[in-house]
Design a protein around this ligand. Structure first.
Ligand code: NAD
Ligand code: ZN
Length: 368
């Protein structure tokens, strides 16, 4: 399949997303045709990405100086200490605003790299080369960058759109199956936000998509990017509309936090669990109709991963989950803010529920 080029236009920046297979080998042409130049670059490289990809990138970039920063991507290392190490390296090599940071890795590497790029001398150039499905369909677009603190995930950060995103689908070949399902969780989320057509496409082709078959995977990635783009362009800084992208995430973040962000439940898996909870909560509160509810649940069942809350939690965990739901950044009052589903393609923002209602819902899930 041919390369796909999408342009994202926000108030702060206009930038291309290039999607295709084996395209990093073509980076110098991509840079040239997009009029993008820099003298020096720091490549922040997730060491789990096959080394050959780094070598190709370094060989094909024609800048004067190419420095590699090896980064072990995990939520623990997504912290200010590692930002400081990167900043010191940028000082050591005398980087200035005409130079560039390139992220070669998944969402963690992208968030860390983008944050470093946004604060060093008030902003370096930034290219994101996402190497996981989740980062290709979600985190590389929209300009949220940041790190975790001991108070919670992504609590320090900035909004800075990248200058260029290169989503090379061949990078996904080395990705564990489990990570593919994680990325699929965000694709599914986007399909529920958009009109029903994207969901129909997924329902028909999910197996080809998760098996990375072209052109299905290409289309799924591009469609997901388009949906996120349409929202980010209207609400870059998450004043209101962008909150729809958090569908399933109030539950998801609380599930992840309650398991201390261990690999028992990865972010994308937590998102799928969160979508199930949102759909069920919407259905039980007469917001979502039975037909669409069944479609969503049946679709998730196709993915064949342990998607019952009981697999991860016991009744005694409910208070902890509620505590994390209450501390969600998106809550402005003592009640818990949920993003609910009215039908496939129609999301409702700003529904607030008391702790006791949500507690009852979770307890029921865990005893049935
Ligand atoms: N900025 C945003 O808008 C946004 C949106 C969603 C998620 N996020 C953040 O993204 C992160 C999750 O992203 P992720 O799922 O990509 O996680 P990740 O970066 O941890 O990558 C998942 C795993 O795959 C490995 N990996 C990466 N590329 C690989 C490849 N090509 N081959 C083999 N292994 C590879 C990584 O080392 C890691 O072990 C979270 O920290 C989340 O907060 C940010
Ligand atoms: Zn997410």
């Amino acid at each position: 399949m041919k390369k796909i080029k999408l342009i994202v236009k926000t108030k702060s920046k206009k930038y291309p997303i290039i999607i295709g297979s084996n395209i990093i080998g073509n980076i110098s042409n991509i840079l040239k045709s997009n009029n993008f130049f820099f003298e020096k670059c720091l490549i922040i490289y997730d060491t789990k990405v096959p080394k050959i990809k780094l070598n190709i990138l370094k060989k094909r970039i024609k800048s004067r100086q190419k420095i590699t920063h090896y980064f072990k991507a995990n939520e623990k290392n997504k912290n200010l200490k590692n930002i400081n190490i990167i900043l010191n390296k940028l000082f050591k090599y005398n980087f200035n605003r005409n130079d560039c940071i390139i992220s070669l890795g998944g969402g963690i590497t992208g968030d860390v790299s983008g944050f470093a790029a946004s604060i060093f001398k008030r902003g370096l150039k930034f290219i994101n080369i996402p190497t996981t499905l989740l980062s290709q369909v979600d985190s590389s677009i929209g300009g949220k960058t940041g790190v975790n603190t001991r108070y919670g995930k992504n609590l320090i950060g900035s909004f800075m759109q990248p200058d260029l995103v290169i989503s090379d689908i061949s990078n996904l070949n080395s990705l564990p199956k489990r990570e593919i399902i994680c990325g699929y969780g965000e694709i599914l989320k986007h399909s529920l936000i958009n009109n029903g057509n994207t969901f129909k496409y997924l329902n028909k082709n999910y197996f080809k998509i998760i098996s990375l078959k072209s052109p299905f995977i290409d289309k799924a990635i591009a469609d997901s990017c388009k949906i996120k783009r349409s929202i980010v362009e209207l609400d870059e800084k998450e004043k209101n509309l962008r909150k729809v992208l958090n569908l399933g995430h109030t539950f998801a973040h609380a599930y992840e936090a309650s398991l201390s962000y261990t690999n028992k439940l990865n972010h994308g898996e937590a998102v799928i669990m969160g979508i199930i909870s949102s759909a069920k909560f919407s259905f039980e509160n007469n917001i979502l109709n039975k037909k669409d509810y069944n479609k969503i649940i049946n679709h998730i069942n196709y993915l064949k991963f342990p998607s019952h809350l009981k697999y991860y939690f016991k009744k005694k965990h409910v208070n902890k989950i509620i505590k994390y739901m209450k501390s969600d950044k998106k809550n402005n009052s003592s009640k818990i803010n949920l993003i609910l589903i009215k039908k496939i393609g129609k999301i409702i923002l700003g529904s607030r529920f008391s702790e006791s209602i949500i507690k009852k819902f979770l307890v029921k899930e865990l005893i049935n």
